[in-house]
Design a protein around this ligand. Structure first.
Ligand SMILES: [Zn+2]
Length: 150
């Protein structure tokens, strides 16, 4: 472990351990607030896509006093550290993905939720030529879904 945790209890939960390990993997100091947010993000070892607001609501329900401003700042710090990938939909709606590998997304228009699409089924055979002096930074694939009406 990269950081010594001053923990009064001898036993920490597996959720907390995962959170601390995740933070430590990016050399982030595991502060109480970071751990609280990281537990919600990676505590169950599943990938998730959150917005600042949905993460704020989730952490609020755990009883940890974390402000929305702290949630925004912490999400930005997690992105800078490479722990999260930001996915922007509609130019303004930001989702934060614990899966930082390149992969396509489904965007559900009715619920404004983002889920992973099966990456192995995606084939991009050709991209347009980029303008002189430019290079492709990344390619985001977001497939917008609406529910079928009968
Ligand atoms: Zn994803």
């Amino acid at each position: 472990m990269l950081y010594e945790i001053k923990e009064s209890r001898a036993v920490i939960s597996i959720k907390t351990k995962r959170a601390i390990d995740w933070l430590s993997s990016a050399y982030l100091r595991p502060t109480r607030q970071r751990i609280a947010l990281a537990e919600v993000l990676v505590g169950d070892d599943n990938h998730r896509h959150v917005t600042a607001e949905s993460l704020f609501d989730s952490v609020k329900s755990t009883g940890d006093p974390v402000s929305l401003a702290t949630v925004y700042n912490t999400l930005a710090a997690f992105c800078d550290a490479g722990l999260l990938q930001e996915v922007t939909v509609d130019g303004s709606r930001s989702y934060f993905d614990t899966n930082t590998h390149d992969h396509p997304h489904f965007y559900w228009e009715d619920t404004h939720t983002l889920t992973d699409a099966p990456a192995h089924q995606l084939r991009i055979t050709q991209l347009p030529e980029v303008p002189e002096g430019a290079e492709i930074g990344s390619v985001d694939v977001i497939i917008r879904l609406r529910r079928k009406t009968v």
